[in-house]
Design a protein around this ligand. Structure first.
Ligand code: NAD
Ligand code: UDP
Length: 315
């Protein structure tokens, strides 16, 4: 079985490459290194079951191989990254989605789309089930990401309905772990880097906004099941950890776990920052038989150790 993973040099994509290889698949990874790094897949070069293509998915994609499963994970995912590349982000999840869906049609491949909890915007229903249609500001600064993901979901479903493509959509909630960039701007990389370097942790707003953080190994288990189970054609699943925390709780926990002398600095709130977010994962639990297993403490400990190496911190 052959899989194509776009965004293969990114955080989640590189872990997916590892997982599919471990399960005996041949993996073609594709990435243009916009927000990813060759370091994340360096250990795979030389593996006879892995091939890497440096390519931009916003261009037409030609791949001669037969492909069984396509996972479209390319896309800047950190708000800092997608606000730096607003138009490219919209292209990756419009043109990139069109090209990868077109490839799925040509190869008769199953198609897994990496969507996001951001399709729910600043949610008015809590926790968020898949049946919630969301509360997104279509002209706000975050819309380049949110609306592109919503468009990609719509496009995936159109290919499913018109061409019968076996499409599955993962609405991924905040995920963290090894191989995130120390400067990627998301809250956990920011807080861990700041704590390890004894700089103040930066909280946007009062820190009472919530998020639910899933460790990468759990997320990869969920995505893998979504990709390989039969009879999920046209289905959408929330994947995330339903344990909800305020951002200030996360800041205090990371300062404690990193044995840091950092304080906390409160900065003005970000525009359109969702006030709360928590997945209802009952559908994934009952149909995929999946729920996260790794505690926040264990996941953060692994991530802190990884960041120590990356930041060259000896203590
Ligand atoms: P990431 O930035 O680490 O990885 C994205 C990868 O896509 C990078 O390697 C980047 O170079 C590549 N890429 C970007 N534009 C490209 C292009 N035009 N052509 C080819 N490659 C391109 O982000 P991530 O956290 O690994 O996210 C992966 C996917 O999961 C994204 O689609 C993201 O929207 C989705 N997602 C992630 C989270 C999360 O918490 N990590 C949450 C929701 C959804
Ligand atoms: N956040 C923060 N300080 C930081 C980075 C992020 O307070 O240095 C907050 C941000 O305002 C948001 C939450 O942490 O409320 C999660 O932000 P992140 O960028 O990780 O992802 P999001 O869930 O917003 O996509």
């Amino acid at each position: 079985m052959k899989v194509l993973i776009t965004g293969a040099a990114g955080f989640i994509g590189s872990h997916l490459c590892d997982r599919f290889l471990k399960e005996g698949f041949y993996v073609i990874g594709l990435d243009n290194f916009l927000t990813g790094s060759p370091d994340n897949i360096a250990h795979l070069f030389g593996n006879k079951n892995f091939r890497f293509i440096e390519y931009d998915v916003t261009n037409y994609i030609y791949i001669p191989d037969d492909i069984d499963i396509i996972l479209h994970f390319a896309c800047p995912a950190s708000p800092v990254d997608y606000l730096k590349h607003p138009i490219h982000t919209m292209k990756v999840d419009s043109l990139g989605t069109l090209h990868t869906l077109g490839l799925a049609k040509r190869k008769n491949a199953r198609y897994i789309f990496a969507s996001t909890s951001e399709v729910y915007g600043d949610p008015q229903i809590h926790p968020q089930p898949e049946t919630y249609w969301g509360n997104v500001n279509p002209i706000g600064i975050r819309s380049v990401y949110d609306e592109a993901k919503r468009f990609s979901e719509a496009m995936s479903m159109a290919y499913h309905r018109e061409h019968g493509i076996d499409v599955r959509i993962a609405r991924i909630f905040n995920t963290y772990g090894e191989r995130m960039r120390t400067d990627d701007g998301r809250v956990i990389p920011n807080f861990i880097s700041q704590a390890l370097e004894n700089r103040d942790l930066t909280i946007y707003g009062d820190g009472m906004q919530t998020r639910s953080f899933c460790y990468i190994d759990d997320m990869v288990d969920g995505i893998f099941l979504l990709a390989v189970k039969e009879n999920l054609n046209g289905e959408v699943f929330n994947l995330g950890n339903p344990e909800e925390h305020t951002i200030i709780e996360i800041a205090r926990k990371i300062i404690h776990m990193a044995e840091s002398n950092s304080g906390i600095t409160f900065l003005p709130p970000l525009e359109d920052d969702p006030k709360k977010r928590c997945p209802d994962i009952s559908k994934a639990e009952s149909i995929l038989g999946w729920k996260p297993k790794i505690s926040l403490d264990e996941g953060l400990e692994n991530t802190i150790q990884y960041f120590k190496l990356k930041l060259n911190i000896k203590k």
